[in-house]
Design a protein. Structure first.
Length: 89
C-alpha cells in the first residue's frame, strides 16, 4: 500500500459537526468518507453526484418564505391542509 499523506482544508464548524455525525451513523470516519470520494473521483474521472443549484433556495423562494415567516410571527398566517404536488423535473 502507498504511503498515506495528510490533506488539510478548511470547513465550516457546523458542517464538519454534521458530517461527523452522518459518518458516525454510517459506521465510518470522515477520513474513510473522503477516501471513498477520492477513489470514486479517481476511478470515474468525474464528481460522483450531480452538482446543481437547489431551486428551493432560489432568491424568489427565499423571499416568499421570509414573507410567510413574518406573517406567522405577526399572527397573519392562516394554515389549511392541502394536497402534495409533484415538482417539475
Amino acid at each position: 500500500m502507498a504511503q498515506a499523506v495528510n490533506v488539510n482544508f478548511r470547513m465550516d464548524a457546523e458542517l464538519k459537526k454534521s458530517m461527523e455525525q452522518a459518518c458516525s451513523e454510517l459506521g465510518m470516519s470522515m477520513t474513510t468518507a473522503f477516501t471513498i470520494f477520492a477513489k470514486k473521483v479517481s476511478r470515474e474521472k468525474r464528481i460522483p453526484f450531480d452538482v446543481c443549484v437547489d431551486p428551493f433556495y432560489s432568491e424568489k423562494n427565499m423571499r416568499y418564505l421570509e414573507k410567510i415567516a413574518r406573517d406567522v410571527s405577526q399572527g397573519k398566517a392562516h394554515f389549511a391542509e392541502h394536497e402534495l404536488s409533484e415538482m417539475d423535473e
